[in-house]
Design a protein around this ligand. Structure first.
Ligand code: AMP
Length: 449
């Protein structure tokens, strides 16, 4: 998961980077960091916590310069210690560099082991550090060639921004699995960010997505970034960004995420028309189920109601380590609207079922609050396989759909009926115009180079 940002050619680079990270806080809440570059020196501030906590006025004043890169961390690789916060910086033959990464490298252990055998010393548990070592030990003269050589040994889903003392290098893997977009700042210079929702806050105009396999180079004296196609593109954008992860106002591959979620809800409603259930209202699991529930309500003509209220001061339930804590957190986060649902039949929509914790608790909570029937609808297909490309899903044994059939899950969560979106409907809802990465649903682990 994670969010990355690069700002180039703006005197308020670090400040703009922190705003962009703030708008991408949903992509990671564990730690955050920014490296700026000024007069041949790199300045870094990183810490665990939220963007608004870490980037105080003092921190932003310290981060001088007209270029900066930043990161929000959601641990998919590495541990939870502060050593695993990004950017990661290092001094090497050509000077200093700093790097941020979104994604997950699938050959990280082999590469790391090889590097260790050769004498490398690692400071973190992160796969990101591999690339630093590969760049440092390359014999090429220019940084761009060193990066290219390093990437030739790097397999996985990645978006990197690498900052030297005077340049920025932006790279997206050949499959374009994780999103990355380029924009122009109205106050001067450029922004590259994981999601376009960052552009609104910093007043940037969207130019285009960074292409799969492309390297952009920002350097002094050039009006526009230089573009080099490093790898033959085989575009496979991640479908889960549309299902759950991206913010609804972001645009990925030309598609507004909110609209795609609404389409997913419409598709669920169309499917239910074949065998309709009689319900009084459509209720979203807030916030992730809202756009799909709106789509369902519009398509079916059944009224949309906020039957569940969310307390916004509780963090995401998913990251809690034990099942007991996860159960408690769902309860703290979501409460039923008793007066609205008492004696009623509900059609409840969430974006996904992973372990089954949230859905089970919700059905129980709604029934205890008087709901007569709870029909559960999921705006994604069954998640049967872990994702190794940067979305944090647990081991296969923990994925309820890898162990149980739909009917068994329905019984387990004690819903009256349960339906998922089909893979075909998911593709259709996003637009069916790209070969989406669907490995969590179909187990097609396509990344091989
Ligand atoms: P679970 O309770 O384990 O079935 O997880 C399902 C809930 O977690 C849903 O409400 C989703 O909105 C949310 N969710 C799905 N995928 C993720 C993820 N990768 N990280 C955090 N939350 C997620």
């Amino acid at each position: 998961m994670c969010a990355i940002v690069g700002i180039y050619g703006n005197e308020n680079a670090a400040r703009l980077a922190s705003l962009a990270l703030f708008s991408m806080q949903h992509r990671g809440q564990e730690a955050t960091g920014i490296s700026s570059s000024c007069d041949g020196k790199i300045y870094t501030k990183k810490d665990s916590g939220l963007v608004s906590e870490v980037f105080t006025e003092d921190a932003l004043t310290y981060l001088k310069g007209n270029m900066a890169i930043g990161h929000n961390r959601y641990s998919t690789a590495g541990g939870e210690s502060i050593f695993d916060a990004q950017p990661v910086s290092a001094k090497y033959k050509l000077g200093e560099m700093s790097i941020v990464h979104n994604g997950n490298l699938i050959n990280k252990n082999e590469v790391r082991q090889e590097l260790i055998e050769e004498g490398a010393i690692f400071q973190t548990e992160m796969d990101t550090e591999n690339l630093i070592h590969l760049i440092a030990k390359s014999s090429h003269e220019r940084l761009r060639d060193r990066i290219k050589e390093g990437l030739n040994k790097t397999i996985g889903a990645y978006c990197f921004i690498i900052q030297s003392r005077s340049k920025q290098f932006v790279i997206r893997d050949r499959y374009g699995i994780r999103p990355l977009s380029l924009g122009k700042l109205k106050t001067g210079g450029y922004i590259v960010a994981s999601e376009t929702c960052a552009f609104d806050l910093v007043d940037a105009e969207f130019i285009r997505d960074v292409k799969p396999g492309e390297m952009l180079i920002f350097a002094d004296g050039y009006d526009e970034p230089e573009s080099i196609q490093l790898f033959e593109p085989e575009y496979r954008p991640c479908a889960f960004e549309y299902v759950y992860f991206a913010r609804p106002d972001s645009v990925i591959n030309g598609k507004n995420v909110y609209r795609t979620r609404e389409n997913m809800g419409r598709a669920l409603a169309k499917n239910d028309k074949k065998d309709p259930v009689k319900v009084d209202m459509v209720v979203p699991v807030p916030d992730s189920g809202v756009p799909a529930a709106l789509g369902y309500a519009a398509e079916s003509g059944i009224p949309f109601e906020y039957g569940i209220i969310r307390n916004h001061y509780v963090g995401r339930t998913f990251i809690e380590p034990t099942q007991e804590m996860r159960n408690m957190k769902v309860k703290m986060k979501l409460s039923p609207m008793r007066s609205l649902i008492d004696g009623k039949s509900l059609l409840v929509i969430d974006d996904s079922i992973v372990r089954g914790t949230t859905s089970k608790r919700i059905v129980k909570m709604l029934k205890e609050a008087g709901a007569k029937e709870v029909h559960f609808r999921v705006a994604s297909p069954e998640i049967k396989f872990p994702c190794y490309y940067g979305i944090d899903t647990p081991n296969q044994e923990e994925l309820i759909s890898s162990r149980m059939t739909k009917d068994e899950i329905c019984e387990y969560i004690e819903a009256d009926t349960l339906e998922y979106l089909s893979i075909e409907d998911l593709k259709e809802s996003i637009g069916n115009d790209a070969n989406y990465a669907l490995e969590s649903f179909d187990g097609d682990y396509f990344v091989t180079k």
